[in-house]
Design a protein around this ligand. Structure first.
Ligand SMILES: [Zn+2]
Length: 179
């Protein structure tokens, strides 16, 4: 009876040992396959570059599942959707900047001084360049046709030209002094 018992126990030991080994091998392969499936899905949403996709899949397919860490290092940090979303966000920001600029331009129109024709802000009362008093709402559109029609007498236009020259001279002198 002792010999039978010994043989029986010996058989149980062998079978259980083999079962454990088979279990771990199966476990290993299940993990490997699931990692490969995960990598295939992950790389296809992260990159549309076929070369990159093949390299990533081969990394975990040919080298054991433990090389998943290598894949995590080389994979693109953003998914294609995240990339697309950030691009849309950037474009929206640009659009918003344009809108702000347009609003600013519409609210604070720049006009030209009717004396020296330097660009100044609409709300200025005096021209900062020639100290000329700005008439309210003197826009370029309104001024240019007047000039062409020659409503101003030639003497006046000469005077404005002179004052232009004067202001330019003053500017130059100022610049020289500053230098
Ligand atoms: Zn001026």
């Amino acid at each position: 009876m002792d010999t039978w018992n010994a043989i029986f126990n010996y058989l149980i030991d062998i079978v259980s040992f083999e079962k454990v080994i088979i279990f771990w091998i199966l476990y290993f392969f299940v993990i490997w396959i699931s990692i490969i499936v995960w990598v295939v899905r992950d790389i296809t949403i992260r990159s549309d570059n076929v070369f990159m996709q093949i390299i990533s899949i081969l990394t975990v397919l040919l080298l054991t599942p433990f090389w998943i860490f290598l894949y995590l290092l080389i994979r693109p940090s953003k998914t294609l959707f995240e990339k697309y979303y950030s691009e849309v966000e950037n474009n929206l920001d640009c659009l918003w900047d344009d809108i702000i600029v347009k609003i600013w331009e519409n609210n604070f129109k720049s006009i030209h001084c009717s004396n020296c024709w330097e660009e100044i802000k609409e709300e200025f009362k005096y021209c900062p360049y020639c100290k000329f008093k700005i008439k309210p709402q003197v826009l370029i559109e309104e001024q240019e046709p007047k000039k062409k029609k020659g409503k101003k007498s030639p003497e006046e236009s000469k005077e404005t030209k002179k004052s232009k020259k004067k202001s330019k001279k003053e500017k130059r002198n100022k610049n020289k002094k500053d230098a």
